[in-house]
Design a protein around this ligand. Structure first.
Ligand code: GDP
Length: 292
């Protein structure tokens, strides 16, 4: 299936009253169960501390009439939909490194691209998602760090590791090349379901990350924000802010560039916080994409 870019992922959501807050709903029983095969520690969520207009509601998903039945993925703003099935990673294989979009696998399987500033924790997250200690080392081998690296999951979809950006020591021309190269991939890869932009939540927002996120927003590239290192709670070096505050600040700074609220998930590769939530979110985006 080949989808043209603008129709990749219509975020057609409910019209929600900004004045409504999930706090208004107490949680009781679930009206629907996610079809996920994951055995997670997900619990019916506590009311998140943000209003409904900041919730990400996947397409074709309605907030249950009894809003107490809504399932929000832990540590995120994402409502779980009926599309969230087959989330488990059973098999992960490195497939290839490509130096341009046209050289990427052409089997039409849906894919998710992981991208972020160097040192943001991208390799750690990739390994955590597939429960392998060293799979992402493949992307760190000399010659592959500037490539589009495809990992096939369960023989049915791809995780894609894109070059990290913002290397302080890299020559300017190289940095420009990476930028051009990734932008071409974002704009022309028809099987890209969503970019997963990794942001370090243990430090205040960096301009380069804000620029990256706003570019994706302005170009209407579907994006999920993955906040990394949420276990780091020490106040040194981070301006005294907790990860939750950095997460909120980042969103406030990019809001103007998005028509609808981007989904976001808080994660840690140390505690594996957010791992199951990312996989469930990928599953629901992927299954929706496959049906349309
Ligand atoms: P990459 O350059 O984006 O691939 O980043 P790495 O995965 O290599 O991680 C960079 C550094 O951050 C390493 O020292 C990791 O141990 C550390 N790191 C990565 N993820 C986390 C996390 O969730 N929590 C903490 N505390 N440290 C992390």
């Amino acid at each position: 299936m080949v989808l043209l870019h603008p129709s990749r992922f219509p975020f057609s959501l409910l019209t929600l009253s900004p004045s409504l807050s999930l706090r208004h709903y107490s949680k009781t029983t679930l009206l629907f169960q996610p079809k996920s095969t994951l055995t997670t520690t997900l619990t019916p969520s506590s009311p998140p501390p943000f209003p409904l207009d900041k919730l990400f509601i996947p397409p074709e998903t309605k907030l249950p009439l009894d809003a107490a039945a809504a399932r929000i993925l832990n540590g995120s703003n994402i409502l779980l939909s009926d599309y969230a099935s087959d989330a488990q990673v059973l098999q992960a294989d490195f497939v290839k490194s490509s130096v341009e979009t046209d050289a990427c696998p052409s089997d039409g399987l849906p894919e998710f691209a992981l991208v972020g500033r160097s040192n943001v924790g991208k390799s750690s997250l990739l390994n955590s998602l597939v429960r392998r200690k060293k799979l992402a080392l493949t992307s760190k081998k000399p010659g592959k760090t500037q490539c589009i690296n495809h990992f096939r999951i369960n023989n049915s979809w791809y995780l894609v590791d894109l070059p990290g950006y913002g290397y302080a020591s890299a020559p300017k021309e190289l940095r420009m090349d990476w930028e051009k190269f990734s932008k071409d991939y974002f704009l022309n890869r028809s099987t890209l379901v969503s970019v997963f932009l990794l942001i370090d939540a243990s430090i205040p927002a960096k301009k380069i990350d804000l620029d990256y996120a706003s570019w994706l927003g302005q170009n209407q590239i579907p994006m999920t924000l993955i906040f990394t290192k949420c276990d780091k709670r020490k106040k040194v070096k981070n301006g005294g802010k907790r990860p939750e505050e950095n997460v909120n600040d980042f969103q406030d700074l990019i809001r103007g560039f998005f028509q609808t609220v981007p989904p976001w998930i808080m994660t840690s590769s140390v505690t594996h916080q957010g791992r199951d939530e990312i996989l469930l979110h990928m599953a629901q985006l992927r299954n929706y994409w496959l049906k349309h």
